[in-house]
Ligand binder design. Structure first.
Ligand SMILES: [Zn+2]
Length: 319
């Protein structure tokens, strides 16, 4: 039997898979055993406790295998690499608020600036983000109900996505009810841009920005995690312990140790997978692509940044 939380998660993932599967014209057989985030963390948003889900970005194993096959082929054809360091990305931020108040999601410019600064610090110069536009929109329906696959998120993105294929769009919302209730964020992958350009970007719970009200998730690392997906990174626990099997999914990054599931809190020395003899590595709980608390996350690996740069060159090429 599934717990109520698991049942709700399956509903969310069904919605995500329906969206994610479509551009690659995959069979509709969905593997719900892949990528289910266990150990979902708790946090209080307001006076009433809301079960928080670290991330709503998910993708089936079939989609991953097809996407990686395509990525490999396109990389072989690549004629122009990205610059070695400091890929510049313009950011368009659309602030969706419930009612124009701060508690209703109307973030001040100072917190947006702090969040962009945090994102830049987390990417350590490999990607350089510049905020180029901020839009403020009062829409209680989008604020509460924008979520993967909902009509509200489609309408929101259709109305407000800005810039081109190299630009990052961030929409901050509340995830207050419906399929997305309790989410901290979700993102699209770069290999989905061509088929769904208007869907491209990150949707973020507004109280996760630096100084926000989301206890344990208010240092701004949710946006970093979601931008990781937008750059082409999977969760460190993608594929579980079978990461090193090329047909298992995995996270396609060689310097992030495999882990069985997403971590919650900050479980130092967690080791959920057996290692080869002499391999001292523990679970990558400090990696931005895990599910740990914000205060626990502080790194992308060189392998992740190399993959992200290659993804950018392939799917978000210079004109
Ligand atoms: Zn995620």
């Amino acid at each position: 039997m599934l717990s109520p939380a698991s049942s709700r998660l399956l509903l969310i993932l069904n919605a995500v898979f329906a969206v994610v599967s479509s551009p690659l014209y995959l069979p509709q057989a969905l593997d719900l055993s892949v990528g289910l985030p266990p150990d979902l963390p708790d946090a209080n948003l307001t006076a009433h406790a809301v079960k928080q889900l670290r991330c709503g970005t998910d993708i089936s194993l079939d989609d991953i295998l097809l996407a990686e096959e395509q990525f490999n082929a396109l990389q072989m054809e690549l004629v122009q690499d990205e610059e070695d360091e400091g890929i510049e990305i313009n950011v368009h931020w659309t602030i969706i608020s419930n009612d124009g108040t701060l508690s209703g999601g109307n973030l001040p410019d100072s917190q947006i600036a702090d969040q962009i600064e945090e994102l830049n610090a987390n990417c350590d110069g490999a990607f350089v983000y510049t905020l180029v536009s901020t839009s403020r929109v009062v829409n209680a329906d989008w604020f509460s109900n924008a979520a993967p696959g909902t009509t509200q998120q489609t309408a929101m993105k259709q109305a407000h996505r800005k810039g081109g294929h190299r630009d990052l769009n961030v929409y901050s919302v509340g995830f207050m009810s419906g399929a997305g209730q309790g989410l901290l964020g979700y993102a699209t992958f770069p290999f989905h841009y061509r088929s769904r350009p208007m869907d491209d970007g990150v949707v973020l719970q507004f109280a996760t920005v630096p100084g926000g009200a989301m206890t344990h998730y208010n240092l701004g690392r949710t946006l970093t995690h979601e931008v990781g997906h937008w750059l082409g990174l999977y969760h460190t626990f993608q594929g579980g312990c079978t990461e090193r099997n090329p047909n298992s999914g995995g996270d396609y990054v060689s310097d992030t140790p495999a882990e069985a599931s997403g971590a919650s809190g900050c479980p130092t020395n967690r080791m959920t997978c057996s290692r080869p003899s002499g391999d001292p590595s523990v679970d990558p709980i400090h990696n931005f692509m895990d599910y740990s608390y914000d205060e626990c996350m502080d790194q992308f690996t060189p392998g992740q940044m190399a993959r992200a740069s290659a993804m950018f060159a392939v799917y978000r090429p210079k004109e």
